[in-house]
Design a protein around this ligand. Structure first.
Ligand code: IMP
Length: 182
């Protein structure tokens, strides 16, 4: 079975990627070594840079994942700053910012960066459209899952298998897997 090192500190991302990639015969193994996070508006650039840096450091093929929640009424905020905003504001304060807002559309984007040592990185993206829920709902998933509603329920309320069959991460990994198979 082909194995790809997933450089991330986020075990939820690893669990989701392992589940999705095992379906196409690829084993995902976590490495927590980290990489410098480029300050950029563009998730593709952040993921590509991280993958190239980690591949050259570890001297093996790696994947990384950079994701972001883009809320339409907030001009795409928090977007590339989603991790910082989650750590500093959290879901409750995001919901406060959205109080009284009728446009609740949001998109969750995931970009998978892949690189081999000495090569240029490749990036694969996926996105799912939803709405920001009126409150925090569900104990499943992680991060923004309890406030992003897709098809009437939040990712936090969905069974893992359901999130993993339609999420931004699933769609990015399907693109990645398709390219790997070629
Ligand atoms: P990053 O890709 O680690 O920079 O993640 C950005 C932020 O989005 C972090 O706070 C993550 O916890 C959160 N996040 C990433 N993927 C997901 C997801 O699938 N659901 C909910 N939150 C996520």
């Amino acid at each position: 079975m082909r194995k790809i090192i997933f450089v991330t500190g986020n075990s939820h991302k690893v669990a989701e990627a392992s589940y999705i990639m095992s379906g196409i015969g690829i084993k995902v193994e976590q490495n927590n070594c980290g990489y410098p996070e480029l300050q950029d508006e563009n998730l593709e650039k952040i993921a590509g840079f991280g993958a190239q840096w980690a591949a050259n450091k570890l001297n093996c093929e790696v994947m990384v994942d950079d994701s972001g929640l883009f809320i339409e009424a907030l001009g795409g905020f928090p977007g590339p700053y989603s991790a910082y905003v989650f750590d500093t504001l959290g879901n409750e304060k995001i919901l406060k910012l959205m109080e009284g807002e009728t446009n609740r559309k949001a998109v969750f984007r995931c970009v998978i960066g892949y690189c081999k040592p000495g090569y240029e990185p490749r990036v694969f993206s996926g996105e799912v459209a939803g709405v920001i829920a009126g409150g925090i709902r569900g104990n499943g998933g992680f991060g923004y899952d309890p406030i992003l509603e897709v098809g009437g329920i939040t990712f936090g309320e969905m069974p893992d298998e359901e999130k993993n069959s339609l999420s931004h991460r699933y769609l990015a990994l399907v693109n990645f897997a398709g390219w790997l198979e070629e």
